[in-house]
Design a protein around this ligand. Structure first.
Ligand code: GRF
Length: 188
């Protein structure tokens, strides 16, 4: 199976997925796509010798050019890993139940537009919640509301900052995301 990863920023999850799937039989990351030409994920892809491509807002929302890229790499499954744009309906229709996202909190709390990266961890710390975690879910036309596949939890301790919480959440992401994606893909 062929996986495409969409990422807008650093891409540490993308790197973790790429290296994980190199060691598995049933799937491989064949392309990385980004909406951001400056994204560090593009450096990672280059170093790992995975093809990458970028697209503009116009390409994404007012053309279906992305479908040609996905076809070129014979993509079966899309993983969003720190990708910040809403997925347009033509892409959801082309990949029904074949797009998953990771969110760095326990949805349905702390989801929605603008809730990404540090914003999420800041909101959690300021709320006084005693726990946070990760949610891996299917993607629909709205932010962070597709059905949940998997959650894992961590404690928020007194004295935790958005940065220290982010580090704990990232650990959960690195540990669980590849395995959960593998479970889905290998059953397709
Ligand atoms: C992750 O915490 C992911 O859950 C979130 O954005 C972060 C991306 O980090 N939506 P990276 O780009 O994988 O390093």
């Amino acid at each position: 199976k062929s996986i495409a990863i969409f990422s807008s920023g650093s891409g540490s999850n993308a790197e973790n997925l790429i290296t994980y799937f190199r060691k598995t039989q049933c799937a491989n990351v064949s392309v990385v796509l980004s909406n951001n030409q400056e994204a560090f994920v593009l450096n990672r892809a280059k170093r790992l010798e995975v093809p990458s491509t970028t697209f503009s807002r116009n390409d994404f929302y007012h053309s279906e050019a992305i479908l040609d890229v996905l076809e070129k790499y014979e993509v079966d499954f899309i993983v969003l890993a720190g990708f910040l744009w809403l997925i347009p309906s033509y892409l959801i229709s082309a990949f029904p139940n074949r797009i998953v996202n990771i969110h760095p909190a326990l949805l349905p709390k702390y989801g929605g537009k603008g809730m990404f990266g540090e914003n999420v961890h800041k909101a959690v710390v300021e709320s006084g919640d005693k726990e946070s975690g990760i949610t891996i879910h299917y993607v629909n036309e709205h932010y962070d509301t597709g059905s949940t596949i998997f959650q894992a939890r961590c404690l928020v301790m007194p004295g935790d900052t958005p940065e220290s919480l982010a580090a704990k959440v990232h650990e959960l992401e690195y540990k669980h995301f590849p395995r959960v994606v593998e479970d889905i893909i290998c059953k397709l």
